[in-house]
Design a protein around this ligand. Structure first.
Ligand code: ADP
Ligand code: MG
Length: 410
């Protein structure tokens, strides 16, 4: 069996017309003698009746602080509805299909609600369906704990479902269908004519994803990378083109035919709704053990920190704005002098090949200075340089860095 996992995102399933397009992609795969395994997200975006955020609003109307297993159970319904509708659509085209929930599909996760990790997949049922010549249509974004509690995998979770099934079924490839025709050098909502990267290494995709390019979840790219499963990202309206992701493949379409993982700058990513936390006037922050405690309590509360700046008597770092309440609560017992400011964004220049290349930071800082955009913090790794800026400067910063690194001509 030559299996191809085909995942359809929420924005590609909003209308009947788009759903028909998506089903056409499955039909083509079957027509080529390949075996499709479909993964679907909930249909549409907030406001659409069965979209994840609509369901979230619904439950928050009854309890604004709703969390835990009831929320997961409700959210999982969006993908289940989508799977059933999609499977019937395939049947109407003469393709026998069976819709499956995450737990029917044997996807076991840990118990972290709204952000569970897949532990294993018991794939017997999936194989049974495939052997009967039927197409499984799996509800993405969900699983079940060993105790039988329904969980969801967090934003972008359907991408993870697709990658996990690709690995478990030893698929020839995983195809991610979305509302843009591939991964671009910047978010097309900010740079509408940013070109599509035809070939990318897993590392580049993981890095872009972690820095905020939500087109493919970084966890999904990591899972595919471990087993070397090729991934394609393309528009639901096209059966070819888009972005091909693999191990540092060589490509004529990449810059000068170099291995793509050696590109100095791959693209610009951004992440909004950041909050800056500053802790000051605490004597010797580290000798007292306070520094370590700050990060420990935040970790225990599930708040991840970023852009960390430490000196002997101060600390500054960045968290998700949505986690400010939890962070305040967690830090309260430490009685610190705490200053939390909202309204920041992080822009990142991403390139798996920038390691050891001098001058990239200088260009980033100069470029933002020339635009009159103040930088509040920076950080860099072997594969990215990030700057904390005011959220209102995001679009201008992305556009300026895009021009600075000539990302229009790849
Ligand atoms: P889906 O519903 O298919 O999962 P997402 O909304 O999760 O779709 O991801 C697609 C969106 O990702 C695009 O509409 C685009 O605005 C955004 N995006 C951000 N950065 C990039 C990028 N570098 N290339 C392509 N799309 C990007
Ligand atoms: Mg997505």
């Amino acid at each position: 069996m030559r299996i191809v996992v085909q995942k359809f995102g929420g924005s590609s399933l909003t209308s009947l017309e788009l759903r028909r397009e998506a089903m056409q992609r499955v039909w083509e795969t079957a027509d080529q003698g390949l075996t499709p395994v479909v993964v679907v997200s909930a249909m549409g975006r907030i406001g659409d009746p069965y979209a994840t955020d609509t369901l979230l609003e619904l439950i928050q109307e009854t309890n604004p602080n709703a969390k835990g297993e009831n929320v997961d159970l409700l959210l999982s319904c969006g993908e289940i509805i989508s799977a059933a509708v999609f499977a019937e659509g395939l049947r109407s085209m003469g393709l026998p299909a069976t819709a499956l929930t995450g737990w029917q599909c044997g996807i076991t996760t840990d118990a972290v609600h709204l952000g569970a990790r897949v532990l294993e997949v018991q794939s017997e049922r999936l194989w049974e369906i495939l052997r009967m010549g039927r197409i499984p249509v799996v509800a993405g974004f969900q699983g079940v704990t060993k105790e039988g509690v329904v969980t969801t995998l967090g934003r972008g979770g359907s991408d993870t479902t697709a990658a996990v099934l690709g690995v478990v079924l030893k698929a020839e490839r995983v195809e991610i269908y979305t509302d843009v025709d591939g991964i671009k050098t910047a978010d097309p909502r900010i740079v509408p004519d940013a070109p599509t990267l035809q070939v990318m290494s897993y590392r580049e995709v993981v890095e872009m994803g972690h820095m905020g390019a939500k087109v493919l979840h970084p966890r999904a790219a990591e899972i595919a990378m471990e087993e070397g499963i090729p991934v394609q990202v393309r528009s639901v309206q096209r059966s070819s083109g888009g972005t091909s992701i693999g191990h540092g493949v060589k490509s004529k379409s990449a810059v000068g035919g170099e291995p793509v993982s050696d590109r100095v700058v791959t693209g610009i990513a951004h992440l909004g709704k950041r909050a800056q936390v500053k802790i000051s006037g605490v004597g010797d922050f580290h000798a007292s053990g306070l520094g370590a405690r700050v990060f420990r309590v935040l970790a225990e509360a599930g708040v991840s920190v970023d852009l960390i700046y430490l000196s002997t008597d101060t600390a500054a770092f960045v968290i998700d704005q949505a986690k400010v309440g939890i962070a305040r609560e967690a830090l309260a017992p430490l009685e610190l002098e705490l200053e939390i400011k909202l309204g920041f964004a992080k822009v990142s220049v991403v390139g798996a090949g920038m390691h050891g290349v001098p001058g990239v930071m200088a260009r980033v800082v100069n470029c933002l200075n020339d635009e009159g955009i103040p930088i509040y913090q920076t950080s860099d790794s072997h594969a990215n340089i990030s700057c904390l800026i005011l959220e209102e400067h995001t679009a201008r910063a992305v556009q300026a860095l895009y021009r600075e690194f000539h990302l229009d001509s790849i």
